[in-house]
Ligand binder design. Structure first.
Ligand SMILES: Cc1cc2nc3c(=O)[nH]c(=O)nc-3n(C[C@H](O)[C@H](O)[C@H](O)COP(=O)(O)OP(=O)(O)OC[C@H]3O[C@@H](n4cnc5c(N)ncnc54)[C@H](O)[C@@H]3O)c2cc1C
Length: 441
């Protein structure tokens, strides 16, 4: 194996050889105990953790700075974790939950919050147990991780793109980058998924892992918005629908249901309630379009809603029917809804017939949209699929196939819902990998 001069230190010493004083040059390779590929939350946590244990660590990041995606999290506020108990975490990751148990037990949400606090990033809890830095700024989380690595002498090299893993006798001996070869006994792949490629997450880890025999499960977007067949959504772009119940059907079978906030977009529909069930919808879409029914007033039974509507009509009989709907739905939505009922928007409320009222009620309790496709994976919050968990040791994050290889973060076949679950998975797996590295072999 060829090593570049930047990793070779030459020390001169003297020694007694064959009774003669001789100058002896000892060549010591700058051989790292741990090479971390990827400067996202998983890689940074792993690097700091291994450094803290006295390992000689280098972190290689292909872009010009660390944590680009971390800085985007929750539109720059960074929902670092959730206060949910362990069993809720385990359930949240679906099939990946049990795999994550040792990582979560080793470094859970409380430990993460204490870690951040100890590095000056106090956290606060918001609705649904979501935890954010008190500063409301993702860069305080990044600063904590950078200080952690700095304090433990992690060497950081940005603009360094890892192209290949180097093997000898079926074990890792280093990596090849766009500049040089770097020798190292252990290598962590923490290259993230496929979304937001301008942050550096372009799926390199899948190629690196499969080049040494690892199985990569098919990847697809897990938290993602959808395009609809109905083009009228465009006129409602940016309009949120709060406290709605969303039921999803395919071939008349209910496939998902969720309560919360949805958001109309220029192409279709998004918002937390949609994103939370998006993984299931993405999985179903190859079998055909998915119908979603939006119940704008889930807390009111149809009869109750009819009473409210009748009351409105009685009070404002001389006004246009659309003005009777505004206490129930956003103003911009009223003409669309009436259009779908084939009712003239300016028709006087007092002239609305019972069948017309029933049509309005039907739309209020279940406006239909047809999802035709999901948005591209580049726009996803998280990538589902990835490195098969069957081939990774759950207690160490070590490859079961190749000595010296480790995985952490989104590159693994793990994804969680919104609410801080994905960052916690990255931190926990990174921590476990960094604390499991053994330099003796
Ligand atoms: C818009 C958005 C908002 C989000 N908000 C939240 C949130 O609030 N809470 C939450 O829990 N999750 C959130 N997520 C998800 C979360 O950001 C990711 O799950 C998390 O960043 C994954 O961490 P990671 O370290 O595994 O990978 P990444 O953060 O993707 O980092 C991987 C790093 O590896 C580098 N890399 C890749 N290939 C190479 C290579 N060949 N050589 C060297 N370096 C390489 C990349 O440049 C990148 O810096 C959000 C995601 C997005 C896109």
């Amino acid at each position: 194996m060829r090593f570049s001069s930047s990793h070779l230190h030459i020390f001169s010493t003297s020694s007694q050889l064959y009774g003669r004083e001789k100058s002896l040059k000892v060549y010591i390779m700058d051989n790292y105990d741990f090479i971390v590929i990827g400067g996202g939350p998983a890689g940074m946590m792993a690097a700091g953790c291994a450094g803290e244990r006295g390992e000689k660590v280098i972190l290689l990041e292909k872009t010009d700075r660390l944590g680009k995606k971390l800085l985007m999290c929750a539109t720059g506020r960074c929902n670092v974790t959730n206060t949910a108990p362990l069993h809720v975490f385990i359930e949240a990751y679906g099939n990946g939950g049990n795999f994550l148990r040792p990582a979560l037990e080793t470094f859970d949400n409380e430990k993460l919050r204490l870690f951040l606090l100890s590095y000056g990033a106090e956290t606060i809890v918001e609705s649904k147990g979501r935890v954010f830095p008190k500063s409301q700024r993702a860069d305080s989380v990044l600063n904590a991780l950078e200080t952690y690595m700095h304090n433990h002498h992690v060497k950081i090299q940005t603009n360094t793109h890892v192209l290949h893993l180097k093997l000898e006798n079926n074990r890792i001996v280093g990596v090849e980058t766009n500049h040089e070869e770097i020798p190292g006994r252990n290598v962590l792949i923490a290259t993230g998924g496929l979304s937001y490629p301008n942050t550096g997450s372009t799926g390199d880890g899948y190629k690196l892992a499969s080049s040494v025999g690892h199985t990569v499960r098919p990847t697809y977007p897990a938290i993602i918005a959808f395009e609809t067949a109905e083009s009228w959504v465009k006129s409602l772009q940016g309009m949120p629908i709060k406290n709605a119940n969303i039921s999803c059907y395919q071939q008349n079978k209910k496939i998902a249901e969720h309560f919360g906030e949805a958001l109309f977009t220029h192409y279709g529909i998004s918002g937390p309630a949609i994103l939370d069930i998006s993984k299931r919808l993405v999985e179903c879409l190859p079998n055909g379009p998915v119908q979603i029914h939006i119940d704008f007033k889930p807390k009111h039974a149809t009869e109750e809603l009819d009473d409210i509507l009748l009351n409105q009509i009685k009070r404002h009989g001389g006004k246009a029917i659309k003005s009777c709907l505004t206490p129930l739905i956003p103003e911009k939505l009223a003409p669309i809804l009436l259009n779908l009922c084939n009712i003239e928007t300016q028709k006087k409320a007092s002239q609305i017939t019972t069948p017309e009222r029933n049509k309005i009620l039907k739309q209020l309790k279940g406006l239909r949209l047809t999802l035709v496709r999901h948005r591209p994976i580049e726009e996803a919050i998280v990538t589902a699929g990835g490195i098969s968990l069957d081939e990774v040791d759950t207690r160490t994050m070590k490859s079961k196939l190749l000595e010296g290889l480790y995985f952490a973060g989104e590159v693994l076949d793990i994804d969680g819902p919104t609410g801080g679950f994905n960052l916690q998975a990255a931190f926990s797996t990174g921590y476990l990998a960094g604390s499991s590295v053994k330099t003796t072999f």
